[in-house]
Design a protein around this ligand. Structure first.
Ligand SMILES: [Fe+2]
Length: 413
């Protein structure tokens, strides 16, 4: 392993091991994994060999069975992982030794100490593993996600607030903000500057803005000849944005620059919580909305963007994964006639739940305040405003959830 490779790994992991006077093993991994680095590692106590696998025992009692195939595939040397990109170079299909992993003779020898396992394969290749890395990735143990679990809102939910100053000047405010957003699907950022494009600067400190047919960054205010309800002064019923896309935007940021007009109060509701309430109160309505794809569509002079998906999308375990609810870009209801009444009944039942005051967050955005929410989970709306009484101007953009999750994982290094 070259010194260039050693220095390419996680600085924290390397520095820690150097302090302890051990030979660092770079696992081509930036997440903390070494014992004492903040990773929940224990030292390696024993290693026993069986046919086709090694059994490892750690000091805290954890035991792991590691198939030889898995160990060979995860070798992190600079022939098997690119020393700069950390991406896998090893190709199991091209390994002449691979067929021998099913027998008992692919491994020539092994040795270990408290912090490392070294394997020498029959072809002479040597694989070295950090014991903390193996502990983290022990087969059958779930690797901690570093991300909060989305939690449905209780009734009368109050969102978390983070100040703009805390967000900008340190990782603590940022991670509180990102954690709340991933957990609750909604978080407030307070007391920011009333500057055009601040929403873009915030977004781009996390990831590229997600562009749509409304551009990368959009202005919410009343305009002449609007092509979307958001660009009028009318009230907007609770909705998700762009359910007419195969992949609607994940995270929406709405930054308030001016809000003097009468009206225009914002409201939000947790679509996942509403779906669970529907499931409990009216299982048939829940079944209809989760099993019946319907059409969503946006059309203007240059676009016709349409998709057919259910209102409630479930994951493989039956939990709500996405809500598509936007009454003004719901297209013609194209269903067999004997399903139409049942679908409308189900849709009304969900809509009634969404309108319940105890499930909604109502607030008036202040200039310099930004709300961020998971557009595929949390619905948003606003009351009508009177553009003759003052100005109302929000700037918004979207972010991919992947970028937000990535941001939080990087902050946790
Ligand atoms: Fe919207």
């Amino acid at each position: 392993m070259s010194s260039a490779l050693l220095s390419s790994g996680g600085a924290f992991n390397d520095a820690l091991t150097a302090r302890q006077g051990q030979t660092p093993i770079d696992m081509a991994e930036l997440r903390r994994y070494r014992q004492g680095s903040g990773a929940p590692a224990a030292t390696l106590e024993s290693v026993t060999r069986q046919a086709r696998r090694l059994t490892l025992h750690w000091s805290d009692g954890r035991t792991g069975q590691f198939p030889m195939m898995w160990l060979r595939d995860h070798c992190a040397c600079d022939q098997c992982r690119h020393p700069l990109t950390r991406e896998r170079l090893y190709k199991l299909l091209d390994d002449p030794l691979w067929e021998r992993f099913d027998g008992d003779d692919a491994l020539a020898s092994f040795e270990f100490d408290a912090n490392a396992l070294t394997l020498t394969w029959q072809d002479g290749h040597v694989s070295r593993f950090d014991a903390g890395w193996l502990y983290q990735r022990c087969p059958g143990q779930e690797l901690a996600t570093l991300l909060p679990t989305p939690t449905p809102w209780p009734t009368h939910f109050t969102p978390s607030h983070v100040s703009h100053a805390d967000f900008v000047d340190g990782s603590d405010g940022r991670s509180r903000w990102a954690n709340a957003l991933l957990r609750d699907g909604l978080v407030m950022l307070d007391q920011g500057p009333c500057e055009l494009e601040e929403v873009s600067r915030i977004a781009e400190s996390i990831g590229p803005m997600r562009s749509t047919n409304f551009g990368g960054r959009f202005d919410v205010r009343s305009v002449p000849n609007p092509n979307n309800a958001a660009y009028t002064a009318i009230g907007l019923e609770l909705h998700t944005d762009l359910p007419n896309w195969r992949q609607p935007p994940d995270i929406q940021l709405l930054y308030c620059l001016e809000n003097d007009a009468e009206g225009g109060e914002s409201s939000f509701a947790d679509g996942f919580a509403a779906a669970e309430t529907l499931r409990a109160e009216n299982p048939e309505a829940f079944r209809v909305l989760s099993e019946t794809p319907i059409d969503f569509r946006f059309q203007d002079d240059g676009h016709d963007i349409a998709v057919r998906e259910p209102v409630i999308d479930l994951d493989g375990e039956g939990r709500p994964r996405e809500i598509r609810f936007n009454n003004w870009i719901r297209d013609t209801l194209s269903l067999p006639s004997d399903q139409i009444e049942a679908w409308y009944d189900a849709y009304r039942a969900l809509w009634q739940i969404l309108r319940r005051p105890e499930g909604r967050v109502e607030l008036t955005l202040e200039p310099g305040q930004m709300v961020a929410f998971d557009n595929r989970r949390v619905l948003h709306g606003r009351n009508a405003f009177d553009p003759n009484t003052g100005k109302r101007h929000l700037q918004g953009t979207y972010l991919d959830l992947d970028m937000l999750q990535s941001h939080l994982r990087v902050l946790s290094r």
